[in-house]
Design a protein around this ligand. Structure first.
Ligand code: NAP
Length: 314
C-alpha cells in the first residue's frame, strides 16, 4: 500500500504545490499530499510528515508521527513548538546550502574587508578619498559555530587568504583554521577578530550571546555579521557599541522579529546593512533530492535520519 505523507506548511500555496510535485516524482513509494486533504481517519496512520513553517495545531492532528522532515536547515521554531512531542525532527542538511552560505560569508566579509560601506557613504557626500588598503592576510575573521554551514564558510574564507578562527561547542580540528571552544576560548578569539560571523543555532546557551560584554571584547573598529538567528545578538547592546564607535559595521540578515519592523532603528542606521534573510535560502532542486534520499532510505530499511538533539537545542 502506498504510504501517505502529509505536507504541512503555511508557505504560499503555489510554492507548496511545486515542492509536492517534485517530491512525488522522487519518492515512488509514497503519496505526498497537502495536510488539509488527508481525512481524519488517515491522519493518525501517518508516521512521517514533511514540514515547512507548519501550523503546530495542524501537526498535532497527526498523532502517529515518528519523525518529521523539515525543508529548512534552521529548526529553532520547530524545536520550540514541539518540545514535548515524542517524534524526531530531521533538519535539512544540504551540501549545496552550505556552499551558498559560504558564498554569503565570503561576499559580506569582502564587503567589509574592502570598506564598501565607507565608500558608499563617501559617494553620498561626493567625497573622493582613498582609504588605506589592508591585505586579507592582515585581517582576522572569527566564525561562531563550526557546523554544516560554519565549517565550510571558515574554509572558504581561509582559501581567500584571511586569517580564520572558529568557535564551537566541542573542540574541532580543521586544517588552516585556529579553533576554540568554551567561554574562555570565545573571549580569546573575539579579542583577535576584525570581523566576526555568527553561524550558531539559537539555543538557551546562545540567546543574546553577543551582548555588551562580549561585543566589547572585539577590537575597536571590528564588524559583525549575523547569518544565524536575530536572538543571538542583543540588538540594544549592538546599537550602543556601533554608536559609541567601538564597532565599525554590522551586516544583519536575521532579526528577532521578521520581517524587520518598519519602526526599527536598523533601517536608517549608517553602520548597519539590513538583509531580508537571504544568506542561504533552501534550494528546492537539491533539497528535494536530500529529502527523498532520507525518506526512500526509511522505506527501504526503517532507518530514521539523524534527528536534532532536543536537550542540546540543535
Ligand atoms: N540566514 C539564513 O539564510 C540561514 C539559513 C540556514 C540556517 N541558518 C542558521 O544557521 C544556523 C547554523 O546552521 P548549521 O546547519 O551550521 O548548524 P549545525 O550544523 O547544527 O552547527 C551548529 C554549530 O554551532 C555550534 N554550537 C552550538 N551551540 C554552541 C554553544 N553553546 N557554544 C559554542 N558552539 C555552539 C556547534 O558546535 P559543535 O559542532 O561542537 O556541536 C556547531 O558547530 C542554524 O541554526 C540557523 O539558525 C540561517
Amino acid at each position: 500500500m502506498t504510504a501517505i505523507i502529509p505536507f504541512i506548511s503555511q508557505i504560499d500555496k503555489a510554492e507548496q504545490i511545486n515542492w509536492i510535485k517534485q517530491l512525488n516524482t522522487l519518492i515512488p513509494e509514497a503519496n505526498i499530499v497537502p495536510a488539509s486533504e488527508i481525512s481524519p481517519y488517515d491522519k493518525p496512520l501517518c508516521h512521517l510528515a514533511i514540514v515547512a513553517d507548519p501550523d503546530p495545531i495542524e501537526v498535532s492532528e497527526f498523532t502517529g508521527l515518528i519523525w518529521v522532515q523539515s525543508l529548512w536547515a534552521g529548526v529553532e521554531r520547530l524545536m520550540k513548538a514541539f518540545r514535548d512531542e515524542s517524534f524526531g525532527i530531521v533538519r535539512l542538511i544540504d551540501p549545496q546550502l552550505s556552499q551558498t552560505m559560504a558564498e554569503a560569508a565570503l561576499a559580506w566579509s569582502l564587503y567589509l574587508h574592502r570598506d564598501m560601506p565607507a565608500y558608499r557613504q563617501q559617494q553620498s557626500k561626493q567625497q573622493w578619498q582613498q582609504l588605506t588598503y589592508t591585505s586579507a592576510s592582515e585581517r582576522t575573521i572569527g566564525v561562531l559555530g563550526l557546523g554544516a554551514l560554519g565549517q565550510i564558510s571558515a574554509v572558504k574564507l581561509a582559501e581567500q587568504g584571511f586569517n580564520v578562527l572558529g568557535w564551537s561547542q566541542h573542540q574541532k580540528i580543521i586544517k588552516g583554521i585556529t579553533t576554540y571552544c568554551d567561554e574562555s576560548g570565545l573571549t580569546e578569539m573575539l579579542a583577535k577578530c576584525d570581523i566576526v560571523i555568527c553561524l550558531l543555532p539559537l539555543t538557551r546557551q546562545t540567546k543574546h550571546l553577543l551582548n555588551t560584554q562580549r561585543l566589547a571584547v572585539l577590537p575597536k573598529g571590528a564588524s559583525v555579521i549575523n547569518f544565524a538567528r536575530g536572538g543571538i545578538i542583543n540588538s540594544d547592546d549592538l546599537l550602543k557599541l556601533l554608536d559609541s564607535g567601538h564597532l565599525n559595521h554590522a551586516v544583519l540578515d536575521v532579526f528577532e522579529h521578521e520581517p524587520l519592523e518598519q519602526s526599527s532603528d536598523f533601517w536608517q542606521h549608517n553602520k548597519i546593512t539590513v538583509l531580508p534573510h537571504i544568506s542561504a535560502p533552501t534550494i528546492p532542486g537539491t533539497a528535494c533530492k536530500i529529502v527523498a534520499q532520507n525518506i526512500n532510505r526509511y522505506f527501504e530499511s526503517g532507518t530514521i535520519p539523524k534527528t536534532v538533539n532536543m536537550k542540546q537545542g540543535y
